[in-house]
Design a protein around this ligand. Structure first.
Ligand SMILES: *Cc1c(COP(=O)(O)O)cnc(C)c1O
Length: 435
């Protein structure tokens, strides 16, 4: 298979792109710094497949970093978006679709009384934090090392994801004064949270990825999320679940359904836009009532709630509410997990496959990864050779260890078997080349 793998066209396009786009890309992790080599340029997607400009076909385990839970160009989403597009791209005024999507979101998230749609996850998080600070009249926020909450100034402190891939712990251009209001603590460490509350009495909120996808997949330890709920309640701070990635992914009602912990505010994105740019935040009535125009906390957007994104979201969420949708996804991902565990033992490599629902990561290390320090200690050179070995076998996984794999509902059993086979072969090959 390897000898048919060509990258000439991608190389050409990347050279051209670098002359006109910063680093040749519009989002850093796409530049493949995490795995080396030339970024693959894609021509199209179809169901479970991505097809690149050189004609290579891959089973897609990235799904545009999460949104494409139904696979590429799902027909019912396409048809609904088409119908809506013909009537107008954007009105900058209300349309019924916004209410329709809000109802679907609320059905899945009982903690949400009111929703506000925005155009990205970054925007949703910034807005939720502004609201949390306004509602508590406090300044400081707690986040966790390796959690990524978009690229807002006060959140680019020990952020995972692209920042981790590039080895940038913090970004220049974020004034110390801003950064000093963000406490970044180790994930899964309740004692550190307790200590922070003892030391500071001006903590407005804790923001957390309830299942981390942005340092690779790291699940919360039993009791961690409930502990955050208890500590925030005791200290009159707010708990914000950033479910931009986990919402409608790990369960219909996100991580809060899966773990039974109710936050004050929730941020959403990715899946709720069905592949179009979108974000949302929502929560308790008394909190959301403080957002303009009901209240004084300002937040607005030219394209917020635009009909195309709303339509893609509605058509996507409707399919997710079908009975057994998540059971099917869980079965698919569990099948791969079993195969990977066997392959790891057989190849005798030091690796762990971590998974929650249809999100997963393969870390090259000898023990479970519970926090960012451990994620950084895993062997990323091995991940890089593993990535290319997988690509050559027609499976596209994230070009960085610090990103989660996503399984889509479009993958058939036959295709999942091919994924497992590719993983087995790639484990052996990466052991040889990187060892
Ligand atoms: C992707 C992501 C964001 C940022 O969303 P964008 O739409 O890329 O701005 C925020 N939080 C989490 C948990 C994410 O996974």
């Amino acid at each position: 298979m390897t000898k048919f793998f060509k990258t000439d066209q991608s190389k050409k396009l990347f050279e051209a792109a670098q002359k006109h786009l910063v680093g040749g890309v519009n989002s850093p992790v796409r530049a493949f710094k995490g795995v080396g080599g030339t970024p693959i340029f894609f021509a199209r997607g179809k169901g479970p497949y991505l097809i690149d400009v050189d004609g290579n076909r891959y089973l897609d385990l990235v799904g545009s970093w999460g949104p494409l839970i139904l696979g590429h160009v799902d027909l019912s989403v396409l048809n609904f978006v088409r119908r809506v597009l013909r009537k107008g791209f954007t009105f900058g005024a209300p349309s019924a679709l916004e209410t329709e999507l809000a109802i679907l979101v609320k059905k899945a998230f009982p903690s949400i009384d009111k929703v506000r749609f925005v155009s990205s996850g970054t925007e949703a998080v910034l807005s939720a934090l502004r609201l949390a600070r306004a509602a508590t009249k406090r300044k400081r926020i707690i986040k966790f090392d390796g959690c990524y909450h978009g690229h807002g100034d006060s959140l680019l402190v020990a952020a995972g994801s692209g920042a981790a891939t590039l080895g940038l712990p913090d970004s220049p251009g974020v004034p110390e004064e801003f950064a000093s209001l963000t406490l970044s603590l180790p994930y899964n460490d309740l004692q550190a949270v307790q200590a922070a509350f003892s030391k500071y009495n001006d903590i407005a909120a804790i923001i957390v990825e309830p299942v981390v996808g942005n340092m690779g997949l790291v699940p919360p330890k039993p009791g961690f999320l409930q502990g955050l709920r208890d500590l925030t309640s005791q200290n009159k701070a707010l708990l914000i679940f950033d479910e931009v990635m986990t919402g409608f992914r790990v369960a219909f009602g996100g991580a809060q359904e899966l773990y039974g912990v109710k936050p004050d505010l929730t941020t959403l994105g990715k899946i709720i836009g069905g592949g179009m740019p979108v974000g949302a935040y929502g929560g308790r009535e008394d909190l959301m009532a403080q957002v303009a125009p009901e209240g004084p906390v300002y937040q607005a957007g030219t394209l917020s709630g635009n009909p195309v994104a709303m339509a893609a979201g509605i058509a996507t969420l409707k399919q997710l509410s079908a009975p057994a949708f998540y059971k099917h996804l869980e079965d698919s991902a569990a099948f791969v997990e079993e195969g990977v565990r066997r392959a790891i033992r057989k190849a005798g490599v030091q690796a762990v496959f971590q998974r929650v629902g249809s999100m997963a990561t393969l870390f090259f290390c000898g023990h479970p990864v519970e926090n960012y320090t451990q994620a950084k200690d895993a062997d990323r050179n091995k991940y890089a050779s593993f990535f290319w070995a997988m690509a050559q076998r027609g499976v596209y996984i994230p070009p960085s260890q610090f990103e989660a794999w996503f399984f889509s509902a479009a993958l058939t059993k036959e295709q999942l078997k091919r994924v497992v086979k590719a993983i087995g072969e790639s484990l052996k090959e990466s052991e040889k080349t990187a060892g």
